[in-house]
Design a binder for this molecule. Structure first.
Ligand code: NI
Length: 153
């Protein structure tokens, strides 16, 4: 080793390992990078029941959920969180005590924390939800619409 070689520079051993094992490190990074892509339409094709959210992905402590809706849900609120609805197909009315919002495909709406809401869909409507994993679909109301969230993988 001479004073002019790269070995004399700080971190020479890291550069050496990267050179020899770089492709292995790249493979490990890709392999360990997490989930495979998820096709939302394929997930929707896997269930038919209404008002029964399915978890299709997770981001930090939030779930990405698909749900199919038809008819009237139950009035409820979530005191701890907001709740995002993105309509994929159909038409969703989110009734609130002071107004309604009507959402078509590609419309999204965030129900504010603590605001009572009651989703309604005249025809079958597919929705993507983004909400904390702890959220129960019926919020504070409970009742017959309360559903366990099944994970589709
Ligand atoms: Ni809700």
């Amino acid at each position: 080793m001479t004073a002019g070689s790269s070995y004399a520079q700080p971190g020479w051993w890291k550069r050496s390992i990267r050179g020899k094992w770089g492709c292995l490190a790249d493979w490990a990074r890709v392999t360990m990078a997490g989930m495979d892509p998820v096709n939302v339409d394929a997930m929707l094709a896997r269930f038919s029941e209404h008002w029964s959210p399915k978890k299709i992905a997770q981001i930090n402590d939030y779930d990405v959920r698909n749900v199919k809706l038809q008819g009237d849900f139950t009035w409820h609120k979530h005191d701890d969180t907001e709740e995002l609805f993105l309509v994929l197909s159909g038409e969703l009315t989110i009734q609130m005590r002071d107004r309604n919002v009507v959402l078509g495909p590609r419309d999204l709406f965030v129900v504010p924390r603590g605001v009572e809401h009651c989703p309604r869909a005249a025809t079958e409507t597919a929705v993507l939800l983004l909400e904390p994993s702890s959220v129960i679909n019926t919020g504070d109301a409970g009742g017959e619409f309360t559903a366990e969230v099944e994970t589709l993988s």
